[in-house]
Ligand binder design. Structure first.
Ligand code: FES
Length: 146
């Protein structure tokens, strides 16, 4: 049911944890299952390259695997290039996910966007093509999306 790559990233998730004094932090909730994902970004001020990215989640195995892959994919990219790391791109990199698990892969994409938004707000910059996150949850203040 799951590809080898999904199983690999589930069994050995990359980039789990937190980044102290992160450049941007994004926390989102999944409207379908209520699971939560937080992404931390460490961004180089001059080059705007994402030097490091870590995640923490209350999500399922598919959320762990997709976030692990997504964090690997955004590392080394600029904040603009990071927008190309969509849930579709992540699923492709993992050789697919079962249809019922597609919503889990959205958590990583949305949390990355929320972290980029947080970074942009803190630094007063505009990241072309980045929209304000719909379901960002700040420190326990929950917003449930329909
Ligand atoms: Fe909630 Fe997968 S079931 S993230």
């Amino acid at each position: 049911m799951y590809s080898e790559k999904v199983m690999d990233h589930f069994n050995n998730p990359r980039n789990v944890g937190e980044i102290e004094n992160a450049s941007g932090v994004g926390t989102v909730g999944n409207a379908k299952c209520g699971d939560i994902m937080r992404i931390y970004l460490d961004i180089d001020e001059d080059s705007k390259i994402i030097k490091d990215c870590k995640f923490k989640t209350f999500g399922c195995g598919a959320a762990v695997a997709t976030s692990s892959m997504a964090t690997e994919l955004v590392k080394g990219k600029t904040v603009n290039e990071a927008l190309t790391v969509t849930n579709k791109a992540v699923m492709e990199a993992l050789d697919g996910l079962p249809p019922v698990k597609v919503h889990c892969s959205l958590l990583a994409e949305e949390a990355i966007h929320a972290a980029l938004w947080d970074y942009a707000q803190k630094n007063n910059i505009v990241i072309e093509g980045l929209k304000e996150p719909k379901a960002d949850i700040h420190d326990g203040e929950e917003e449930i999306e329909e």
